[in-house]
Design a protein around this ligand. Structure first.
Ligand code: ATP
Length: 627
């Protein structure tokens, strides 16, 4: 099929070239014709200024600049006459013009044809044997000779996956136990999960525990420009692996070769990928009972894999690895802080609690960043401040210290963030505010960080509505205090609309549309990508209306709540302008103080307790200041 497409493409190119050549040839020969006698009359009247002789063909130009073509029966007798009348004469080199034109057409065609043949030959050229053998051999790690092996001790927080894989080690080490009874050991295990959850690490740990050779590849190692190279690499790899069995073959990012084959065949890369996948499928089918080779593969996109890969006898075991829960995070942090010098009173549990959604790779990065920050300030131990700074850096980006910000922009940010924080503090079910800052970091000018108390696996409609209201709090606060709308709300609006759309289209949370799904996830681990299911125009209009209604209602709620808390909003904004950053404890103190004030205001009493209030240092409404 691919060949047919190649052929058609070349055919099309040839046609295009021939067409262009013919067009030029035609243009050349489309001068208005003139009878030879008429030409002679014009010559007698001195109207011909220029002639171009091309064999018997004469192209002439008259004194008005117009061009004609004619044929002379005998050019020889005409020449003296032309010279006498001082007509400018030029001539084409001898040869058939049609042939010349044919040459100009055919030369590029032949060149293209030759280039195509050359590419095709190279694509089919066999790769030298040594190169092929080196490909597999270079990727082998002999675990028996490795000094510091990765084992299950190095993997934290994924007990289910570990349990499942411990059995694999038994297959590798005690294969006879199984073959004695006629059992076939599993051939392939597919590890699937979001990036950084430890799939590669687990594969290495299995090889480390079993002490068997480990071949590590990435799917893209097989795919080359030349069709057939990947397939031959797969065959060589398994030939080499059989020599060193029992062993583990690990193919990371298997989606690079294992992507669903399209029925229509392909061109170039697609063709190569298809052949490589076929070779892999055939190789896995070709294992005999004595071949103790386990193929481990990892992917972030199981949804796009070819179903043939999952068939029993190939990757029939599939293990899903998701980001760890709080217990898992603690285990992973313990693994990565084994060789770090932590302050004595430092509690890793607090870090684990405050890092929901972090994957193993992100936790490893967090520990390393904290160590770097501590080292930069010449500390002897890593403490909670270093972890806090590292987390801010990872979540919000690097502090932009050099950025010059006008007083007006600082004000906008302070009231904007105060708006988010107050709503997050008052709305039920909202995640507690961990930190508010108006120091620009990364792309954000300010940030209100909320952290859930526990890992959430399901979200209620109430929670999601409140989330939208909190996101709207920034814009609402700016409107109330500064009577302005700014671009600072861009990201909030995007997020709010996205949540509202998902509530309606995916989670059936609209009363009008009912419990129906109008969109689905494209990838299991790429929850952001959704495709619309076939929906009618009316439904599409209803979806838009419902999304708008939801976001509008939440915005009104945000406005109303902040109007009621206008004093607190103003105060929190002022405090933020002075301190730039507030953490959870400080926010709690200010909140309590504000509640007290409000109570007093309502009761009409004097703020006598103000001086003893723990937030007095921050409070701009202190009784002494007011006086
Ligand atoms: P990708 O899909 O992007 O290839 P992955 O799932 O294969 O990612 P790994 O390469 O295994 O992720 O993990 C990267 C690093 O993260 C590891 O080298 C390790 O330091 C750390 N890590 C990830 N998960 C764990 C874990 N469960 N325990 C300890 N460390 C972990």
């Amino acid at each position: 099929m691919a060949r047919l497409i190649n052929f058609l493409l070349v055919f099309f190119l040839l046609g295009l070239l021939a067409g262009t050549g013919a067009l030029f040839w035609k243009l050349e020969h489309t001068l208005p014709p003139l009878a030879y006698s008429e030409f002679l009359t014009m010559l007698d009247h001195g109207e011909v200024t220029e002639v171009r002789l091309d064999g018997g063909r004469i192209a002439l130009k008259d004194d008005t600049g117009q061009e004609f073509a004619t044929y002379a029966p005998d050019v020889g007798t005409l020449l003296p006459e032309l010279r006498r009348r001082q007509v400018a004469i030029s001539a084409e080199p001898p040869g058939d013009p049609a042939l010349r034109n044919l040459f100009t057409i055919t030369l590029p065609v032949v060149l293209v044809l030759l280039a195509w043949l050359a590419v095709n030959r190279t694509r089919q050229a066999p790769v030298p044997t040594e190169e092929r053998e080196d490909f597999a051999r270079d990727k082998m790690i002999d675990m028996a000779t490795v000094e510091r092996r990765i084992t299950f001790e190095d993997v934290g927080g994924i007990p289910e996956a570990k349990e499942e894989l411990i059995e694999i080690i038994d297959f590798l080490v005690n294969s006879k136990k199984f073959s004695r009874l006629g059992a076939n050991i599993p051939r392939g295990v597919l590890l699937q999960g979001p990036p950084g959850t430890g799939k590669t690490l687990l594969a290495k740990a299995i090889a480390g525990e079993a002490g068997v050779p480990f071949y590590s590849f990435s799917g893209s190692d097989f795919v080359e420009m030349f069709v057939g190279v990947g397939a031959s690499r797969v065959r060589d790899l398994f030939r080499e692996a059989k020599k060193n069995a029992p062993c583990i073959v690990f193919i990371d990012e298997i989606d690079a070769v294992g992507v669903l084959r399209s029925g229509a065949g392909g061109f170039g890369g697609q063709d190569e990928r298809g052949q490589t996948l076929n070779a892999l499928l055939v190789a896995m089918d070709g294992f005999s009972r004595e071949d103790t080779i386990i193929v481990l593969a990892a992917t972030n996109r199981p949804d796009i894999l070819d179903p043939a890969l999952r068939r029993p006898g190939r990757f029939d075991r599939q293990i899903t690895i998701l980001p760890p829960d709080v217990k898992g995070r603690l285990k992973i942090l313990q693994v990565h802080t084994r060789d770090k010098r932590l302050a004595e009173d430092f509690d890793l549990r607090e870090v684990a609690r405050n890092s929901p959604g972090f994957t193993g790779a992100e936790l490893a990065n967090l520990v390393n960043e904290a160590a770097l920050i501590a080292a930069r300030t010449d500390k002897d131990f890593i403490d909670s401040h270093d972890f806090d700074a590292a987390k801010d850096r990872i979540l919000m980006g690097i502090e932009r210290k050099g950025l010059v910000i006008s007083e007006q922009d600082r004000k906008t940010m302070a009231f904007h963030e105060a708006g988010h924080a107050i709503l997050a503090r008052f709305l039920p079910e909202a995640d507690p505010v961990h930190k508010i800052t108006i120091i620009p970091r990364g792309r954000a000018m300010g940030h209100t960080q909320q952290l859930p108390l526990n890992d959430r696996h399901a979200y209620t409609k109430e929670y999601l509505r409140n989330r939208i209201t909190i996101l709207m709090g920034g814009r609402a606060a700016e409107e109330i205090i500064l009577h302005q709308q700014t671009t600072g709300a861009e990201n909030d609006l995007l997020q709010a609309t996205e949540i509202a759309r998902k509530m309606i289209c995916r989670w059936g949370m609209s009363t009008l549309l009912g419990p129906m799904a109008f969109a689905r996830n494209e990838g299991e681990f790429l929850a952001e990508n959704t495709t619309q299911l076939g929906i009618s125009e009316t439904t599409a209009r209803h979806i838009d209306q419902e999304v708008k209604k939801l976001v509008d209602t939440c915005y009104q709620e945000a406005l109303e709540m902040l109007m009621l808390e206008k004093d607190f909003l103003g105060r929190l904004g002022e405090i933020l302008l002075q301190t730039e950053t507030l953490d959870r404890e400080e926010i709690d103190i200010i909140f309590e103080c504000s509640q007290k004030k409000r109570l007093e205001k309502h009761q009409g009493g004097s703020p006598a307790e103000c001086d003893s209030c723990p937030a007095a240092a921050h409070c701009t409404q202190r009784s002494d200041l007011a006086a």
